[in-house]
Design a protein around this ligand. Structure first.
Ligand SMILES: *Cc1c(COP(=O)(O)O)cnc(C)c1O
Length: 450
C-alpha cells in the first residue's frame, strides 16, 4: 500500500514516509492510492477489543510495520484510556446512541490519533537514531493531545505555540502542567493565526528544520485520519444488527478530519446510512453541503471553539474523491480557495447531510439533552443534537468531555461537571515559556532546548 498526494506531484510514499512527512511535498495531502474493501472482514472483527481491531486495521494500511509491532503499538496507545471499551457506545433511546470519544488522557477525541502518533514518532527515533523536535500551533485540543502523546518519550522534544489568553484555562493547564521536561508550552501574543504563522515561518527555514530534525504536528497527518476510522467500525459493530445499514453518524465538525474518517470507512465497505456534518455558527461546511457553494467568511468565536474554523484543512481530501481523483482539478480548486475565491462544486449526493447550531441554541441544547436523557454533553457534542433523522438510528459522536467546558455546561444544567484528571491539574504549577510571536525567537528557543 502506497500513499499519493491529492495534488499529484509527489512520488508514492510508504506509510512510514507519509507519516514522517505530514504534508506532501507538493503542498497536497496524502491518501491511500486505493481504498481497500474491508466488507468481507467486518464479521470477523465483531468480537475484537478496541486495540486489537486497530492493529488489524492498520496492518492493511501499513504493511511496512510488522503485525506484531502494530499489536504492541495499539495496545500501548489505548492503554491509558479510562474506559475498558476505549470508545464506549451509550444508548440514550431506541433511536439515539452516543459514541463517547473522550476517555483518553486529554478528554477529547484527538487522543485517539495523537496517542498513536506519539508512539510512531518514538519508533522513528529508535530506527533513525536521530532526536526529533515536534512543533505545532494550537487553539486548544490538538496541542494538549499532542503533548500527552509525546511527553516522557525519549529522544522527542515537543514545542506547542498557542495564543496567550485565548485558550480555555483548563486546556492551558493540560499543556503546561505536565511536569515533563520534554514538553514546552509556549504562549505568544495575538491570535491562533499569529501562532500558526510563526510555526509556518519556522518550517520555511529548511536549514533549521534539517538541523533540529523538525516535525509538524497538525490535523492533516494521514495517520490521524486512519486512526479515527477505527472507532466508527468499532461502534458500527456494536449497534443492533438491524440498525446498522441505515444508521446515520452525526459528527461535530471543524477541520473535517473526524467525519472524513467515517466516510472513508463507509467507502471501504462499512455499510451505514450516511453522515451528518454538524457545525456551529461557523457554518461554511453546512452551507457547502446544502448548496455546493464554498464561500469563506470570518471566524466568529463560539462556545464550541474547536469548531471555529473557516478553512477546513481536511476538506481537500474529500475534494479529491468528489472530482474522481482528478489531481489537476484539485490543484486548481485549492488555488482558487486559497486566494479566497468563491468556488461552486457539482452537487452530488455522496452520503452527507449537514446542520448548524448558533451559540444561543448550544446552551439550550445542553439543557434539553440533560432534561430528556439525564445525559450531559459538551458544547461541541451539543451541535449534533438537532435535525435528527426521524426514521432511523443516529449515532452522535461525542468529541469532548463536558468537564472540559465547565462554565457553559454548569449554566445549562445547574451543576459543574467534574473530572478527576482535571481536578488534579488545578493544584499543579503552570510551566509556560512565553515568547514573542516571531520565528527567530522560537527557533533559538528550540535550539537552546534540544
Ligand atoms: C477538533 C475538535 C472538533 C472538530 O473536529 P474536526 O476533525 O476538526 O472536524 C470537534 N470537537 C472537539 C471537542 C474537537 O477537539
Amino acid at each position: 500500500m502506497f500513499y499519493i498526494s491529492t495534488r499529484g506531484q509527489t512520488r508514492p510514499h510508504t506509510f512510514t514516509e507519509a507519516v514522517e512527512a505530514g504534508l506532501a511535498p507538493d503542498g497536497g495531502l496524502f491518501l491511500p492510492e486505493h481504498l481497500p474493501d474491508i466488507s468481507g472482514r467486518l464479521a470477523g472483527w465483531a468480537e475484537l477489543a478496541y486495540a486489537e481491531l486497530a492493529a488489524e486495521f492498520f496492518q492493511i494500511f501499513a504493511p511496512d510495520i510488522p503485525a506484531e509491532e502494530w499489536r504492541a503499538l495499539t495496545r500501548q496507545a489505548y492503554a491509558r484510556f479510562d474506559s475498558p471499551e476505549v470508545a464506549p457506545l451509550r444508548k440514550l433511546d431506541d433511536k439515539t446512541y452516543v459514541l463517547e470519544l473522550w476517555h483518553g488522557p486529554t478528554l477529547a477525541f484527538k487522543d485517539f490519533a495523537l496517542q498513536l502518533l506519539g508512539l510512531l514518532y518514538k519508533r522513528q527515533v529508535r530506527l533513525t537514531g536521530k532526536k526529533l523536535a515536534v512543533l505545532g500551533a494550537t487553539s486548544g485540543d490538538t496541542g494538549s493531545a499532542a503533548i500527552h502523546g509525546c511527553m516522557g518519550q525519549d529522544g522527542i522534544r515537543i514545542f506547542i505555540l498557542y495564543p496567550n489568553g485565548r485558550v480555555a484555562p483548563l486546556q492551558e493547564r493540560q499543556m503546561a502542567c505536565t511536569g515533563a521536561d520534554n514538553v514546552f508550552a509556549i504562549p505568544v501574543p495575538g491570535t491562533f493565526d499569529d501562532a500558526q504563522r510563526v510555526v509556518k515561518d519556522c518550517f520555511g527555514d529548511s536549514d533549521f528544520t534539517a538541523r533540529v530534525n523538525l516535525s509538524a504536528v497538525n490535523s492533516i497527518n494521514i495517520a490521524r485520519v486512519l486512526a479515527q476510522c477505527v472507532y466508527y467500525i468499532h461502534a458500527w459493530l456494536r449497534l443492533p444488527e438491524e440498525a446498522r445499514t441505515a444508521a446515520e453518524f452525526v459528527v461535530p465538525t471543524g477541520n473535517f478530519g473526524n467525519v472524513l474518517a467515517g466516510w472513508l470507512a463507509h467507502r471501504m465497505g462499512m455499510p451505514c446510512g450516511g453522515f451528518r456534518v454538524a457545525t456551529n455558527q461557523n457554518d461554511i461546511l453546512c452551507r457547502f453541503f446544502e448548496s455546493g457553494d464554498y464561500r469563506q467568511g470570518d471566524v466568529h468565536p463560539s462556545h464550541a471553539p474547536s469548531m471555529d474554523i473557516q478553512a477546513a484543512s481536511n476538506f481537500e481530501r474529500y475534494l479529491y474523491y468528489l472530482v474522481h481523483g482528478d489531481q489537476l482539478r484539485v490543484r486548481e480548486l485549492m488555488q482558487r480557495m486559497k486566494a479566497g475565491q468563491h468556488v461552486t462544486l457539482p452537487k452530488v449526493d455522496l452520503g452527507f447531510r449537514a446542520s448548524r447550531m448558533d451559540d444561543a441554541v448550544i446552551e439550550e441544547t445542553i439543557a434539553r439533552v440533560w432534561k430528556e436523557h439525564a445525559y450531559v454533553v459538551d458544547p461541541h457534542t451539543a451541535c449534533a443534537f438537532t435535525d435528527m433523522a426521524p426514521d432511523r438510528v443516529s449515532v452522535v459522536l461525542s468529541t469532548a468531555s463536558p468537564a472540559k467546558f465547565p462554565e457553559v455546561v454548569a449554566r445549562a444544567t445547574g451543576a459543574e461537571p467534574l473530572h478527576p484528571s482535571l481536578e488534579t491539574l488545578k493544584d499543579k504549577p503552570l510551566q509556560t515559556h512565553p515568547l514573542a510571536a516571531e520565528a527567530e525567537a522560537v527557533k533559538s528557543f528550540i535550539e537552546g532546548n534540544l
